[in-house]
Design a protein around this ligand. Structure first.
Ligand SMILES: C[S@@+](CC[C@H](N)C(=O)[O-])C[C@H]1O[C@@H](n2cnc3c(N)ncnc32)[C@H](O)[C@@H]1O
Length: 186
């Protein structure tokens, strides 16, 4: 745990905008993210796995390991994730290429939920739009997009991204306190 936090902080020092947080999410926040995922039959895609705290919470929630796909752009975190979860499909890639990545690595064209630990708020608008277009191409009308934020407000402008959505939980046991938002395609 201390080792993972140290690695996270080191990667944040090198790439603060991409990593987006000084320490990994707390187990309380990770569990709240996992609670926002309905237990359905389809694939669950996690974006920005980091050191795997949300990945572990999704497994604890009962997501089928054969149907959990994790995308991580940073090679250091990717190498940690493939060691920590040798049985999961972990893909080293950018969420902007999501549909291509999951189609070529696992033949997936639809997801029952997408769980994002990405620092979306800090990304330029065109990148946010590209990522959300990719996600929406995989989401059915009943597939949520789950995102945490340190902001008091919705991390995605629902009108701009044609989403409905609401804050499900506020987690104070996290540095800093965070909220879990769940969105659906309009
Ligand atoms: C705020 S950290 C969250 C890590 C972990 N999910 C957690 O909650 O502790 C953001 C993660 O997203 C990854 N990331 C940032 N931009 C990405 C992108 N465009 N595609 C895939 N992963 C990305 C970072 O490398 C980092 O691991």
């Amino acid at each position: 745990m201390v080792k993972k936090n140290g690695l996270f902080f080191w990667r944040w020092l090198q790439s603060p905008k991409t990593v987006g947080a000084v320490v990994p999410s707390s187990e309380a926040l990770a569990a709240a993210m996992a609670r926002a995922v309905p237990l359905a039959d389809g694939y669950v895609i996690e974006l920005g796995g980091g050191t795997g705290v949300i990945t572990q919470a999704l497994l604890n929630r009962g997501v089928d390991p054969k149907k959990l796909i994790v995308i991580e752009r940073d090679p250091t975190f990717y190498n940690l994730l493939i060691k920590r979860f040798p049985n999961l499909a972990i893909i080293n890639g950018n969420a902007t290429d999501l549909t291509k990545l999951v189609a070529s690595a696992a033949g997936i064209r639809q997801a029952s939920a997408i769980v994002s630990g990405l620092p979306l708020i800090g990304m330029p608008k065109p990148v946010q739009h590209k990522i959300m277009d990719e996600c929406k191409a995989l989401m059915g009308t009943q597939s949520p997009f789950v995102q945490f934020t340190y902001s008091l407000f919705s991390p995605l402008n629902r009108q701009e991204f044609s989403l409905t959505g609401q804050r499900l939980e506020r987690i104070f046991n996290n540095i800093p306190p965070a909220s879990v938002w769940q969105y659906y395609k309009k």
